[in-house]
Ligand binder design. Structure first.
Ligand code: UDX
Length: 447
């Protein structure tokens, strides 16, 4: 068994700490905020992630996991220290490494004996070298190695993504990689309680720079795939073709696959946009020509304008129009609105003097939109609306009673920003259905 410390109890850190405990290791979660530590000790998670609180409660009960705000005490027994602090975009758009540098220096100063320092935070390529330098500076005589172990988990399915991954990437020098691989053995072999031995992930041992690059290459590819189908959806809007059938057909090619060919209002969240931007900066800094990678974020943002253009055309203008937004989170099963298309779309609508009201079942507040009018359910939101716009495909929106919506709305336009609603039910209720590249649906014939 390997003793683990996880620095940072944000999204990645909390999930990693709980998942390593589930995999049978002794884990200490280190978090600077005493308030967060108190919450986690009592089994409360400060963000919305389905199933995580229950897993945390179970692991607290086994005593395999504990939390502290004292870094030196927290890492004293650790063989492996994971650094999972945030690297949010700085003022210039580059990842802000202040917290990461500080945490690495603190670990360097406090580490005793052989310690492996693993970076899980998403970091610019080349960070591993800098981390090694920081550790050398803060603790010259120490026996420490830096390893990169990027995470690929998605919000909303984070625990299962961690426990049942497609691959585990560990980059660094061979001995250190072996120790981290040992820690992952129950996950690689799927031998932890609840593991699935028929689905073992691939373990990839690499050097530091390769591990760091894999993370960016994977996220950039997924973001580009979404952006690609969104551009195809614009072609479908113009041609009358149906993007869902096009995506099905393209995705049936095993070389391509259907996943991440979901057309809509584009990606949001704290990763794809930021990672693409970091690659663009890498290209600038190293004088690399990366036109494909550089075009992905701008095209993704164009898709948010595309839905505004649709609304303006279908409503004959936006001034004074009342528009109900269903969903604010950047995707379902999270309360996260970082980089969310909803924020940009709401801002565009407000700038055009539309009158907007939003309903989201989980998001409590959107910092960028402090005065946003909020409704307590779908039906309150759509009352007197000229248009209803789906921005997040929350499961509960699958049960919307569109006959009731038609009675409550002032207008008759429903725009499905995620190509997720059943167009036939909407049209049957006498409403107009617009989407992101789906073929038009004709109303049922009447006698
Ligand atoms: C992503 C990566 O998937 C994950 O591997 C990485 O570690 C972190 O970034 P996440 O941002 O949590 O995870 O969510 P994901 O489910 O990948 O969706 C990202 C965005 O893409 C969401 O806004 C989602 O709505 C959008 N999306 C996804 C599409 O628009 N179409 C799709 O087909 C898939």
């Amino acid at each position: 068994m390997v003793n683990v410390a996880v620095i940072g109890s944000g999204y990645v850190g909390t999930v990693a700490a709980v998942a390593f405990a589930i995999a049978g290791n002794d884990v200490v979660g280190v978090e600077a905020s005493a308030e967060k530590v108190a919450a986690l000790r009592s089994g409360s998670v400060p963000f919305h992630e389905p199933g995580l609180e229950q897993h945390l409660a179970e692991q607290l009960a086994t005593r395999r996991i504990r939390f502290t705000d004292d870094l030196a005490e927290g890492i004293a027994e650790a063989d492996v220290v994971f650094i999972c602090v945030g690297t949010p975009p700085g003022l210039d758009g580059r990842p802000d490494l202040t917290a990461l540098r500080a945490a690495t220096a603190q670990v360097g100063a406090a580490a005793q004996g052989r310690t492996i320092v693993v970076t899980k935070s998403t970091v610019p390529i080349g960070w591993g070298e800098e981390a090694q330098e920081i550790l050398r500076r803060t603790n010259a005589g120490s026996d420490m190695s830096v390893v990169s172990n990027p995470e690929f988990l998605r919000e909303g399915t984070a625990v299962s993504d961690f426990l049942y991954p497609d691959r585990v990437v560990i980059g660094g020098d061979a001995d250190a990689v072996d120790t981290v691989a040992e820690l992952y053995a129950p996950i690689i072999n799927q031998s932890f309680p609840g593991g699935d031995p028929t689905c073992r992930p691939v373990l990839l041992r690499t050097d530091l720079a390769t591990a760091e690059t894999i993370k960016y290459a994977a996220n950039a590819f997924l973001a580009a795939k979404i952006t690609y189908i969104n551009e195809v959806s614009r072609i479908c809007d113009a041609s009358g073709a149906d993007v869902e059938i096009v995506a099905d057909a393209v995705g049936l090619d095993h070389r391509i696959e259907r996943k991440y060919l979901g057309a809509g209002i584009g990606y949001g969240g704290s990763c794809f946009g930021k990672d693409l931007e970091a690659l663009t900066f890498y290209g600038v800094d190293h004088e690399l020509d990366l036109p494909l990678i550089n075009s992905v974020n701008p095209s993704n943002l164009r898709q948010r304008q595309h839905i505004i253009i649709k609304l303006r055309a279908a409503l004959g203008g936006l001034f004074g129009r009342r528009i109900a937004l269903l969903g604010l989170a950047y995707k379902p099963d999270t309360d996260d609105t970082r980089g969310a298309p909803s924020v940009t779309i709401a801002r565009h609508l407000l700038e055009a003097n539309a009158d907007i009201v939003a309903y989201d079942p989980v998001v409590k507040q959107v910092d960028e939109l402090p005065n946003l009018e909020r409704a307590t359910d779908v039906y309150e939101a759509v009352t007197d609306a000229d248009a209803t716009v789906l921005l997040t495909e929350w499961t509960e929106f699958g049960d919307i009673d569109f006959a009731r919506v038609a009675e409550l709305m002032r207008g008759d336009l429903v725009v499905d920003g995620r190509n997720w609603l059943d167009p036939h039910r909407i049209v049957a209720a006498g409403l107009r259905y617009h989407s992101m590249g789906r073929a038009p649906v004709t109303p049922p014939a009447t006698d």
